[in-house]
Design a protein around this ligand. Structure first.
Ligand SMILES: O=C(O)CC1=CCC(=O)O1
Length: 262
């Protein structure tokens, strides 16, 4: 187990693969920890340095008092990459992790040579939707919204897989302060202008049945980036790396080859 202090926050970090390999950094979604990526790692090519972390308020990382701004989450990621001496990585961000990827790529192009924007967009939801979710959680805890969240996370064919009970446990065991802190960050984020100005290779990945960030929202954001390319994985929801890990890893591997990262 590894701790890296970044931006004054103790972050839980895990590295797999070749410590001297080309770096790929994974940033996960609201209510998930770094286990989100477990199933795809065995399907990725050898020779990569694969870095995962729990963002603040999630998993084993510190949970500072909220609310957070997207800026806080981005500064954490920036400080983490600096602390790990990572440059020119491929940054794979899913959902709020994709907001972090977009913002970090705009701010620190020296850190990121290419980005994968998975199940994300330049804006996610609207203020009223996030306020309603936060209010339901303040009143009833994470349990109060968990089933609705599972409906958005998973496509129809996976929704009743026995493992969904464990993903739900992961979500409801997220510190409430950390979850709400990140909701506030997502609600206020609008990266429309800075993302359209990005100049790096971008692969967009969507789930055809994503109820949290519909595929057309990801496609619109990726389409705003010159040279951005889009893929949609059939019969998956918001977490296609969980539902279809081989398909997800194949798309990622193709992209890594295209840009000469492997
Ligand atoms: O919890 C959800 O509805 C899905 C989600 C939205 C932003 C994020 O990171 O996950």
């Amino acid at each position: 187990m590894r701790m890296v202090e970044a931006n004054g926050v103790a972050l839980h970090v895990r590295e797999d693969g070749d410590p001297n390999g080309a770096p790929v950094v994974f940033s996960n979604s609201l209510g998930t920890d770094l286990r989100l990526w477990d199933a795809i790692l065995p399907h990725l090519p050898a020779g990569l340095r694969m870095v995962r972390y729990d963002k603040r308020g999630h998993g084993l990382s510190d949970c500072p008092a909220g609310p957070y701004r997207l800026e806080d989450l981005v500064t954490d990621a920036e400080a983490l990459l600096d602390a790990l001496a990572i440059r020119d990585c491929v940054f794979v961000g899913l959902s709020v992790g994709g907001l972090i990827a977009q913002s970090l790529a705009a701010r620190r192009p020296d850190l990121i040579r290419a980005a994968v924007l998975s199940n994300t967009a330049a804006t996610m939801g609207d203020a009223a939707m996030w306020e309603a979710r936060m209010e339901a959680i303040r009143t009833g805890g994470l349990d109060a919204v968990a089933e609705a969240v599972m409906d958005r996370w998973f496509g129809k064919s996976f929704r009743h897989d026995p493992s969904v009970a464990l993903w739900k446990n992961m979500m409801i065991r997220t510190p409430q302060e950390g979850y709400l802190g990140c909701c506030a960050a997502i609600a206020a984020a609008d990266l429309t202008e800075s993302t359209a100005a990005l100049a790096l290779p971008v692969l967009g990945i969507a789930g055809a049945e994503d109820g949290a960030c519909p595929a057309e929202r990801t496609a619109a954001t990726v389409g705003s980036i010159k040279g951005g390319r889009m893929e949609t994985i059939p019969a998956t929801g918001h977490l296609p790396c969980v539902e279809a890990p081989e398909a997800y890893a194949t798309l990622l591997t193709q992209f890594l080859k295209e840009i000469g990262h492997v």
